[in-house]
Unconditional design. Structure first.
Length: 94
């Protein structure tokens, strides 16, 4: 069994409240789960209006499958969600 995770730091331009931030993040996390069949959650910068760190995790019997799936997540976000800016991302096997 292999477990892979990617953390992605996001900038949410124009967000003026935590409520507005959550309204932008919640659909993103649901879409990532639906499209990639991964677990996704906000893990840091919870009290910042315009910053968020999310983590996406995948469990598989193939490390190559995990790498292939999670490598596509940052570009998928940039393509499908132009209202969000990917600042940085980091991949790791757990």
């Amino acid at each position: 069994m292999h477990i892979g995770a990617i953390t992605i730091e996001l900038h949410l331009p124009g967000c003026r409240s935590l409520k507005q931030k959550r309204s932008r993040l919640k659909p993103l996390l649901a879409a990532l789960h639906k499209h990639y069949n991964i677990s996704a959650a906000e893990i840091d910068k919870n009290d910042h209006h315009q910053l968020a760190v999310i983590a996406c995790v995948l469990v598989s019997n193939s490390a190559n499958h995990i790498q292939k799936v999670l490598d596509g997540v940052p570009s998928w976000i940039e393509t499908r969600r132009p209202d969000l800016d990917v600042i940085d991302h980091q991949f790791s096997f757990l």
